[in-house]
Design a protein around this ligand. Sequence first.
Ligand code: APR
Length: 253
Amino acid sequence: MSLTEHIELEELQSRLHRARRLVVLTGAGMSAESGIPTFRDAMTGLWSRVDPAALASEEGFRADTARVWAWYAERREGVRQAEPNAGHRALADYARRHPGRLTVITQNVDDLHQRAGHTDTIRLHGDILADQWLDPCPRRGGPPCDTDWARPGQPPHCNECGNLVRPAVVWFGENLPLAALNAAEAAADAAELMLVVGTSGAVWPAAGLAARARRAGAWVAIVNPHPSEIDGDADQIVRGTAAGVLPVLLAAG
Ligand code: APR
C-alpha cells in the first residue's frame, strides 16, 4: 500500500469513528471470500457461465422449471456450506459496539450478514433459502396455502391447484420488495457516510443508492478490488477486498 493510500485509509477510518449514521451497501463481492461466486467477475462470475435470462427470470423458470430449480438447489447448497468472512464479522462487531449507528443494505440473497449477527440487514433482492408461490394462491375464504405444505418435486407444487414453488428472490424484470427499497432509500438520505462494498453497480435501483446518499450530503467510499460502474459516484475508492479492508477500517478505535 502506498503512503497516500495509507493516509487515505486512516482518514476514512477517522470518518468512520466520527460517523453517527453509517450505511453499508453490499453486493456479491462481499461474499466472494466466503466461496460464493459473484455474478459478473470474468470467468468466475455466474453470468459468465449461464444465461441470466434463462435462469433468473419468470419466463426462464416457466420455460424449464426443473432446470432452474436444480440450479437454485445447487446455489442454496453453496450458501449453506459457506461461512461469513472477516468482512461480515467486522460489520456485525461494529454494530454490536455502536448500537443504532449502522444500517446494512444488501443485494445479496445469501444469509451471511445475518449469520454474522446482523439480523436487521435490509435485503433488496430477496432470500435464496426461502420459498414463495409462482402464482398468487387462488384459494378463496381462508388463509393462502403455505409453501411448506407443497408436494415434493422439482420444483415442489401445490397439492390443491398445482401452483409451483419458486425461490423467494427478485428475478430480472421484477420489482424489488417495496418496504426494503423504501427503507434503503431512507437510510441513504440520512447517511453521513456510505461504504459501497463489492458491487459492480450494474443493477438498478440498488446502483443509484450511492449517488442518492452523496446528493444528500454523505461521504461515499467504495471498497472493491476492481473498477465499478459507480466509481464516479464516490468521494473515495479503496482498491481492496471486503475481508481484507473492512476489519482494518472498522477496527475498534
Ligand atoms: N471484495 C470486494 N469486492 C469484490 C471481491 C471481494 N473479495 N471480489 C469481487 N469483488 C467485486 C467485483 O470487482 C465486482 O465489482 O464485486 C463486484 C461483484 O459484482 P457483480 O458480480 O455484478 O455483483 P453485484 O453487483 O452484487 O450484482 C448485482 O445483479 O445479478 C444480479 O441480483 C443479482 O444482486 C445481484 C445484482
